[in-house]
Design a protein around this ligand. Structure first.
Ligand code: SAM
Length: 259
């Protein structure tokens, strides 16, 4: 019996599993973390590539028993909630993270990783399956309807890339919506902030009122909002989706002077 509350939609199609693994370009030196291995279908494919070390984190105790029987000592099996341990793995080489993510917490997982300070040093690549609608938001560029918080946060520190969309028929049980496989590669250079959570805070304020002109959130953030808008060359009559990630980061820098 699969558990809907844990977002259990399993993949067993060999071609799709191969495509996921290919997207991660696994080498013999790689340390891999897999989030939510389920019954271990993707885990098996990853193991075929003989990485240096494979850690799998699964919240469901019943599945842990299956995974232990299947993989024994070849894999480090952890029965925990990923949201409590996503940052527990510290190695000298950056880790690759795979996951056909549980949909109810997929954006939480992504944002938790983005907020890790030295992301590039710690993580080499993320190979994730999201609901297509979420992937579209991650990949969106400014001036488009899907552009928002997730696009800005993701492109701040990473380069997201679409690999392919996946038809619901390939999952069991079959979900109602399409999914997308994407990779996110941490960038060497990105705008440093005093606090990793500042950009999340700023974008929350702007996109909570996505149809309103940005005058309103700017006024909410700064007493001298008109002066700041002039300095940053921002028109206060545009809407949040018309501001580039670069401009959000500039706004964030001003905000950080206040805190
Ligand atoms: N990787 C498997 C596959 O592709 O067939 C399963 C993917 S399924 C979409 C998501 C998996 O994440 C399930 O096995 C579920 O039990 C597990 N899961 C759900 N919430 C979790 C959490 N908070 N921490 C770790 N694993 C979780």
């Amino acid at each position: 019996m699969t558990k809907k509350s844990l977002g259990q939609n399993f993949l067993s199609d060999k071609n799709i599993l191969s495509k996921i693994v290919e997207s991660g370009q696994i080498s013999k030196e790689d340390i891999i973390l897999e989030i939510g291995p389920g019954t271990g279908n993707l885990t098996n494919k990853i193991l075929d590539q003989a990485p240096k070390h494979l850690i799998i984190i699964e919240k469901d105790k019943e599945l842990i028993n299956i995974l232990k029987k299947k993989f024994g000592k070849n894999v480090e099996i952890i029965n925990q909630d990923i949201l409590e341990c996503y940052d527990n793995f510290k190695y000298n080489t950056p880790i690759k993270v795979f996951g056909n993510l549980p949909y109810n917490i997929s954006t939480k997982i992504l944002i938790s990783y983005i907020k890790i300070k030295e992301l590039k040093k710690r993580f080499n690549k993320f190979i994730f399956i999201f609901q297509k609608e979420v992937a579209d938001r991650i990949l969106a560029k400014d001036n488009s309807k899907n552009y928002g918080r997730l696009s800005i946060l993701s492109s701040w520190k990473m380069t997201p890339q679409k690999v392919m969309d996946i038809n619901p028929k390939f999952f069991s049980p079959k979900p109602k919506v399409w999914s997308s496989l994407i990779t996110l590669t941490p960038n060497i250079k990105f705008e440093q902030l005093k606090k990793e959570k500042s950009l999340e805070h700023i974008t929350n304020i702007f996109f909570n009122q996505r149809r309103k002109m940005i005058r309103k959130p700017m006024k909410q953030l700064f007493d001298n909002y008109e002066e700041i808008a002039t300095k940053l060359n921002i028109d206060l009559n545009i809407r949040p989706q018309n501001l580039s990630t670069k401009k959000y980061l500039e706004i964030c820098k001003f905000y950080e002077k206040l805190i």
